[in-house]
Structure formats: structure tokens, C-alpha cells
Write a new protein. Structure first.
Length: 237
């Protein structure tokens, strides 16, 4: 399905990003993915994914480095902005430093990558960002910065879809509900409560998100752009 395509995935060493790397490589894409603090995990993902998947170290808090990494790609058909961070901070104890940390990785790195990608991606290319259902609603206290960052990428996506539409480049955001990763483990403190909030009484898996990303990346996704697609077990139903 993705034979001959080249993909760049941020945060592929663990969790959702690792599943996206495996799925895109299995579909035939040549995948380069980034890691930051988990080199051993990144190596294991590259080996398991096969098809020549390559890991490169990149601190997404450094927007100049992100731009340079995308600019240096020999070819780019599919950009997947997956990496993100999450910190709880209610308004009483929140700091501007925490805001800056969250927005640097969840928003500024995405902007840096897309501005460079737009220069090199061919007609018909794909830009996909992993947002969150918290880009639409915040069903718990302390999530303002995270939700703000995910709402920002949702609206940036819609704007970029308009900018790049005439070239046939699609730009979409995938918004997961709870997914079993290190960031939000199913057996963690919120796992049972979050499962109970879904319609399916099912905690999501990284592969659920990877399937949706691969669909958007492939030919079947050609008429979808500016969309925010939810995979959340019906949590927002
Ligand atoms: P994980 O914490 O499991 O993995 C995060 C990945 O991002 C790792 O590969 C990590 O690399 C990378 N990363 C984090 N910070 C940086 C940084 N500063 N520089 C470079 N790489 C970084 O997270 P998930 O897989 O759960 O999350 C992936 C995306 O999905 C995020 O955008 C998150 O907001 C979103 N999401 C997750 C949900 C969930 O329930 N899990 C729900 C909704 C959205 P390394 O380990 O090498 O540093």
C-alpha cells in the first residue's frame, strides 16, 4: 500500500509512535523515526519494523533541530507528528515554564516540522499529527496546558489543509482517547476510571491509532483533509 513512499515519524521509540513505525514499514514505506532518551528501545523498534527503518536522535524541544532534521531528509511523502508530552497542572500551581515545556514539544515542534515539510513534500503527500480527544474536551482538572496544546494542533491542521489542498497534500489530526502506553498505562492510576468512561469498556492499544494513521497515509485517505478523526472507544460519544 505504501511501497515507494518515504515516511518521517517523530517519537517512534515507544508507545503509539512505535506502533506507527511498525505499521507504515509493514505497509512498505521506508521509515525514518526519531527518539530522544530511549536509544535501546529505538534500536529494537527499527529491527522489529524491518524494511530498512532507521532511528535518529532528535530533541523535539529544540525547534531549530527539528527544522534541520526535516530539511535534511532526501525525500518525504508522509510526515507523522506523533511525539508529545503530558503534565498535569491545575491553574493554582501551573507555571509559565510548564506551559513552555508542553507547547515546545506538542506544538512548536509540529509547526517547525510542517513548515519545512511543506517545502519538500510532493503533490499528494500526507501530513498527520497525533492530537488527543483533550483537544476538544477536558473531562478532568489540571489538563488546561495539555488540552490547549492539542486544541492548537487541531486548528493548525485545518489551516494547513486549506493552504496545501490545491497540491493534493492532505493534513489531518488523529485524536486518540486513552491508549495503553508509558504515558497513560491501562494499569496506571487512571486506567480503570478511563475504561469505564468509554462506550466499549475498552482501553485503546497503540495499534488502534497506527491503523488510522496508515489509512490516512494510504490511497484510501485521499479525500480526507482538515479532519480530526477520533479513536477513543466511544469516550466522547
Ligand atoms: P509515550 O510517552 O509512550 O512515548 C512518547 C514518545 O515521544 C517517545 O518515543 C519519546 O521518545 C518521544 N518524546 C517525548 N518527548 C520528546 C522530546 N522532548 N524529544 C523527542 N522525543 C520525545 O507517549 P504515547 O505513545 O502515549 O503518546 C504519543 C502521542 O499520542 C503524544 O502526542 C500524546 O500526546 C498522544 N496521545 C496519547 C494518549 C494516551 O493515552 N497514551 C491519548 C491521546 C493522545 P524517547 O522515549 O526516546 O525520549
Amino acid at each position: 500500500m505504501l511501497e515507494g513512499k518515504t515516511a518521517f515519524v517523530t517519537g517512534g521509540s515507544r508507545g503509539i509512535g512505535a506502533a506507527i513505525v511498525r505499521k507504515l514499514a509493514a505497509a512498505g514505506a521506508a521509515v525514518t523515526f526519531t527518539y530522544n532518551s530511549s536509544p535501546d528501545a529505538a534500536r529494537a523498534v527499527a529491527e522489529a519494523a524491518g524494511n530498512g527503518a532507521q532511528a535518529v536522535r532528535l530533541d523535539l524541544a529544540d525547534a531549530d533541530a527539528v527544522a534541520a532534521a526535516v530539511r535534511g531528509l532526501p525525500k518525504l511523502d508522509i510526515l507523522v507528528n506523533n511525539a508529545g508530552t503530558f503534565e498535569l497542572a491545575s491553574v493554582a500551581e501551573a507555571t509559565l515554564a510548564a506551559f513552555d515545556r508542553m507547547f515546545a514539544v506538542n506544538v512548536r515542534a509540529v509547526v517547525a516540522a510542517v513548515l519545512e515539510a511543506a517545502k519538500i513534500i510532493p503533490d499528494g503527500g500526507r501530513i498527520i499529527t497525533v492530537g488527543s480527544i483533550n483537544g476538544e474536551a477536558v473531562p478532568f482538572p489540571g489538563g488546561a496546558f495539555y488540552a490547549g496544546s492539542k486544541g492548537a494542533v487541531r486548528m493548525l491542521t485545518k489551516g494547513w489543509a486549506r493552504d496545501l489542498g490545491e497540491r493534493g497534500v492532505t493534513v489531518n489530526v488523529v485524536q486518540p482517547g486513552p491508549i495503553d502506553t508509558d504515558l497513560n498505562p491501562a494499569d496506571g492510576p487512571f486506567g480503570a476510571v478511563l475504561t469505564g468512561m468509554t462506550a466499549l469498556k475498552r482501553y485503546g492499544k497503540p495499534e488502534d491509532v497506527a491503523e488510522l494513521v496508515a489509512f490516512l497515509a494510504g490511497p484510501a485517505g485521499g479525500n480526507i483533509t482538515g479532519a480530526a478523526l477520533i479513536t477513543d472507544g466511544g469516550m466522547t460519544a
